[in-house]
Design a binder for this molecule. Sequence first.
Ligand code: FES
Length: 578
Amino acid sequence: MTKKPPKEPSELRSVQWFGRHDRDALVHRSWMKNQGIPHDQFDGRPVIGICNTWSQATPCNAHFRELAQHVRDGVLDAGGFPIEFPVMSLGETLMRPTTMLFRNQAAMDVEESIRANPFDGVVLLMGCDKTTPSLLMGAASCDLPTIGVSGGPMLNGKFRGEDIGSGTHVWKFTEMLKTGEMHESDMLEAEACMSRSAGHCMTMGTASTMASMVEALGIGLPTNAAIPAVDSRRRVLARMAGRRIVDMVREDLRMSQILTKDAFENAILVNGAIGGSTNAVVHLIAVAGRLGVKLTLDDWDRLGRDMPCLVNLMPSGKYLMEDFYYAGGLPVVIREIGQYIHKHAATANGSTIWENVKDATNYNTEVITSLDKPFKPHGGIAVLRGNLAPLGAVLKPSAATPALMKHKGRAVVFEDIDDLNQRIDNPKLEVDASCVLVLKNCGPKGYPGFPEVGNFALPEKLLKKGVTDMVRISDARMSGTAYGTVVLHTAPEAAAGGPLALVENGDLIELDVDERRIQLHVSDGELALRRKRWKPPQPHSDRGWVKLYCDTVLQADQGVDLDFLVGNSGAKVGRESH
Ligand code: FES
């Protein structure tokens, strides 16, 4: 990339607010001075917005007020003017019906908050699953110089001498409660042991995956992915981001210069190498859409297809993010797959991705394996197509049971989540381990909001017999901390009239991951008859956000953004204040 001469203070957009000599400038400065800001801070130095998703209702981000202080210190170190501002925070564990319903709403908040305020550059503080994509999406539509700082994972869970992982052990313990291997008092003890420090889920779930994506995309600083939230080096990283963003403003290094197609391709490769979450597929497609970068499911399959999983982390493996950091973290993974990545991709610190990682050292080859002897042969996301998913569906091979990746079975159908909850544990349910469990109406429009229910629990009577996995198909997502032979994101979804809506009990379904196929063995004529009988579900709401969302949301293969939010409006505002 050719370097531009540094920006003059008079070229900064904040000058339009603070650098003038009129009534409006008086208003802009005077009210800010009530926070104790001295007049000399309005001298044309870069104004940096610190976009904070702190909330007590988002436990994974509850330490962000302190983290923001370190970013502030860094901005001040480098001669900038920090302004912290809150945006809608999406807490995965508490929000109903699902945080994904609100990802785009939070992205709108971020976009408009950045554009409307006098920021020259932005630092994004993000951690819990949806806070990362929503901030990246919103910021991308403004395209200012931007650095992402992730909040970091929790310390390893410790329960009765064993390391336990957030999410992953929730599924395990819930099954053990059903089979009687655990009692409620054990669960109470386990829940306290699982979340014992600040930070987000410490498995390679969606939050850790997205933090890794931030680093792999180059929009975060090296080591962003894995430093534990409570490790002092996380604070140093925040401070360095604060310092660096001031220089990025002076260099006018914008998001769109970093988040190129090459950067997204690098991120997909890294997702494969870390055995990352299937949620990254929708989120990265959505972020790319904001920048006009064409990223498709085919890119995911093409690049991830042969990428082995190098990282032995739950849910696919044994270790946790703390171990990953001590082993060398993401720089080691990127160095290991160096032969595949676009080495010259630019990153936020001003160096190329390869310059950042080429000297990374692996301190624990059990946690991060080599490309020659990978932890698992397939880390990428498999994109499946067929008459059941004409626009695609996804499956995570590293979390699936190898023997089930080629499987034909009788469909046991649940019309929606209520139907599933009512019948799945009924002892009279006609199901055996060879069946294919089908869950409908859990897609973006159907639920609404595209929840993480695709890895729904197996029938209790089969769990008690020792069955640990079955093929499950839905138009839902699954938690990045989950595992199983689970076909997700089936598009078009059932509520939009996709073929999934037409599946009936007893139909034969064939999954062939090697061939990338998901096929419903029902004749076209019969499907046409069923389509004539099909009625779309009633709308979920006739007002407010849910109506806007359901009317305009795109399908999973297009990133589940709202149709009118795709693209980029820049940071210009055509009108003065008031
Ligand atoms: Fe916040 Fe898992 S619940 S990252």
